[in-house]
Write a protein that binds this ligand. Structure first.
Ligand code: ADP
Ligand code: MG
Length: 703
């Protein structure tokens, strides 16, 4: 049963409920707006915003009108020229003129009577459409509009242009949107009145009407248009409020102290071959502060690649073990889980801790032993993949869950993980340098610790752009590098959407390189059985193979300090954040590193600018901001795949500044009226339902 306020019913009704929308149109609108699990609804039509406006203002005279563009002209009708009898398929032409020249209007298969009715000889008409030059004459094929004086006066000067589908023109969509706007119910104002006034924002319904009245203003102006901003803010508030409600609920669950006297933490730190950076020490103090407090921790540990997050995660887990709890670290891939296990294991065992690995492919006996150890509490720390949070895995007393490379997980998994213990503290570690605006969007008001300092002694990476034509030189350079004892990653590109094709590319390259380097070349890719992947990684780590050809499986987290060269083929096809992640696999040891970005020319201006950015900087934040500008937010976080709801109206590249305001507002609402029962609270429920963030509302019932 849906608890959706009934005031919203007309908006959630299918488009077929609109007058004038018959089955044929429904099918077309469905094609444009439906999702696999629902038909096109009135709401979807209303949120289908025009992406441009065409001006219908008069554009000078016929002689001045630029060919190839949409124009509106005031003309006299001079002469009709029907198709000759012997060529009935020829077009019907009507000659029109003004004082500067003439235009031939061309009609195919339009009933003659209709043409004569629209364009009587001798009358004045307003025509708009695209002017073309044909055979030395001006013509216009099927004008969009043919209007008399009165109709022209009634026409809006700018017409909205909508994303269309075959058989459904922009004009028709505009008509149905008009009908839909007519059904808009009177809804309570959910925004703070003072805030609206201060920012000069119109009421929701006015704003929605206004954005459908497109303007032909340049994009910079329409981006800042108050109507569009109002709608964007509504959507951002809905999402921030939903996140705040989830968080509020988690916070309200009783927490407990999950850190002890620090003896394990100190022992671990003493055993490290290096000292913590200032940033690591700061983050650790913040985390221990949260663990000590009897509220739940929900903290993001954000640090660029190579900043040293893993050891902070380990120290956080050790803190919980001190308090008599267990700890879990979850990684997005088996390779990563195993790597964490191999690095963390020896350190933790050295201070007397029991550590286990749990992935989807452990042998049955191993797995049984691990499960028993988790249940009895004999295992203190477990490292694993998603497998950790399957049904049937029980802990004696889980105190903290550390999630590495969070952006690969959805919010749902995060919540599932919280459910594994009575009050599990959660530390999310992310290597993707997420711009602040995005962090807010996806994690809401999480606490954040930032590792803004790299471990001492890191050498900068030299990055070069090299054309594909020079592959021979690259191979020669690689040969010299491995002679000198260096290890090389060779990354093959992501082609289209097809893993099969990617694989073929990597396998081909592997074969090519074997011709030169024989057994010194290894191959790793996502489709390999897990054991083979481990083996390939092991051989590379121990320098049995010196060149590792891979698809992008090494993108996240892999740590082989002796690897100092990376070749990335078709670098122009990667996102910047992804290139940054990849490149972060080198430059980890004391030796200096080189990254060769191979591209297939000629490069467009944007592609070149992007690759230049990579050459110029290693600053992940700067790179991420550039990426955001160039690609949009979904791709950075990989959320297209993970199915997080995106935004329909807000655009983070231009509305990012509103996000902080929405977050603050949501927090204030939670402080004053966390059950949403005040007048504004009830209006906010309408908002949440309208933007389909109603999962959050259910928490009100549950808790
Ligand atoms: P990331 O933040 O990308 O996950 P890692 O945790 O994998 O980084 O650490 C990268 C490398 O830096 C590892 O080899 C780790 O041992 C090393 N490292 C971590 N902290 C320090 C430090 N304070 N000083 C020197 N090396 C460090
Ligand atoms: Mg890492």
């Amino acid at each position: 049963m849906s608890l959706r306020p009934s005031i919203l019913d007309p908006l959630f009704a299918p488009v077929s409920t609109l007058t004038g929308v018959g089955p044929k149109v429904v099918a077309l609108l469905d094609r444009l707006l439906a999702e696999p699990n629902r038909p096109a609804r009135v709401l979807d039509l209303l949120f289908h915003l025009p992406h441009a406006g065409i001006s219908r203002a008069l554009k000078g005279s016929i002689a001045e009108a630029p060919p190839g563009e949409a124009v509106t002209l005031r003309v006299r009708v001079v002469h009709h020229q029907p198709a000759p009898f012997d060529r009935p398929k020829a077009p019907y032409r009507v000659l029109v003129e003004d004082d500067t020249g003439d235009v031939s209007l061309v009609f195919f298969k339009m009933p003659r009577a209709r043409i004569q009715q629209l364009l009587p000889v001798g009358t004045t008409r307003f025509i708009s459409g695209k002017l073309e030059q044909w055979d030395g004459r001006r013509q216009m094929v099927h004008p969009d509009r043919i209007l008399d004086e009165a109709a022209f006066a009634a026409l809006p000067t700018v017409e909205a242009v909508y994303g269309q589908t075959e058989g459904l023109t922009s004009r028709l969509i505009a008509k149905f949107v008009g009908t839909a706007l007519g059904t808009l119910p009177a809804m309570p104002e959910w925004q703070d009145a003072a805030w609206l006034a201060k920012n000069n924002l119109p009421p929701f319904a006015d704003a929605l009407r206004a954005v459908h009245q497109a303007s032909d203003a340049p994009p910079e102006e329409s981006d800042k248009n108050p109507a569009r901003r109002r709608l964007a803010y509504d959507e951002l508030l809905a999402s921030q409020l939903a996140l705040a409600m989830v968080r509020n609920r988690m916070r309200r669950l009783p927490g407990r102290t999950n850190a002890g006297d620090g003896h394990l933490v100190d022992a671990l730190i003493n055993g490290l071959p290096y000292s913590l950076t200032g940033a690591q020490a700061r983050a650790l103090a913040e985390i221990r502060g949260d663990l000590m407090a009897d509220k739940r921790m929900l903290r993001l540990l954000q640090g660029d690649v190579g900043a040293g997050k893993t050891v902070v995660g380990l120290l956080a887990m050790a803190s919980a073990v001190e308090a008599g709890r267990q700890a879990a670290m979850m990684a997005p891939t088996e390779i990563l889980a195993r790597q964490h296990y191999e690095r963390i294991g020896p350190m933790a065992r050295a201070v007397g801790l029991e550590v286990a690995l749990l992935t989807g492919r452990d042998r049955a006996a191993e797995r049984r032993a691990t499960l028993a150890g988790l249940e009895s509490g004999a295992i203190h720390i477990v490292v694993g993949t998603h497998a950790l949070f399957q049904e049937g895995i029980g802990f004696k007393d889980l105190g903290i869950a550390v999630v590495d490379e969070q952006h690969r997980f959805g919010v749902h998994q995060r919540l599932a993980l919280g459910a594994k213990g009575e009050s599990v503290d959660i530390l999310v570690m992310t290597a993707t340098p997420i711009p602040r605006t995005l962090a807010l969007t996806y994690f809401g008001d999480m606490d954040v610790s930032v590792l803004d300092e790299k471990p001492a002694g890191r050498k900068p990476i030299t990055t070069r752009l090299v054309s594909n034509d020079r592959l021979d030189e690259v191979v020669a350079a690689i040969g010299r590098a491995i002679q000198a004892g260096q290890l090389v990653y060779w990354v093959c590109p992501l082609i289209a959407e097809s893993e099969v094709v990617d694989l073929a590319a990597a396998e081909d390259r592997f074969e090519d390189l074997k011709q030169y380097f024989g057994e010194e070349v290894g191959l790793i890719h996502g489709k390999m059985p897990g054991r083979e992947k481990d083996l390939a990684m092991e051989r590379f780590t121990s320098a049995q193979t010196k060149i590792l050809v891979s698809t992008t499986v090494i993108e996240v987290g892999v740590d082989v300090p002796a690897a100092t060269v990376m070749v990335i083929e078709h670098a122009e096809r990667f996102g910047l954040a992804q290139l940054h992640q990849l490149r972060g696999r080198i430059g980890r040891g004391a030796a200096s590193s080189t990254c060769l970005l191979l591209y297939k020319g000629p490069l467009g201006q944007v592609s070149r600018a992007r690759l230049e950015t990579m050459r110029e900087t290693e600053d992940g934040f700067r790179i991420a901001e550039e990426d955001l500008k160039l690609r949009g937010e979904g791709e950075i976080l990989g959320t297209r795949q993970s199915g997080l709801p995106g935004f329909r109206l807000a655009r983070l590249d231009i509305d990012g500044d509103l996000l902080a305001a929405a977050r603050d507002d949501a927090r204030l609402v939670m402080e004053r009226d966390d059950r949403l029962v005040s007048e504004r609270g009830r209006a906010l429920r309408v908002l949440l339902y309208m933007f389909e963030r109603d999962a959050a509302v259910k928490l009100l019932q549950a808790g």
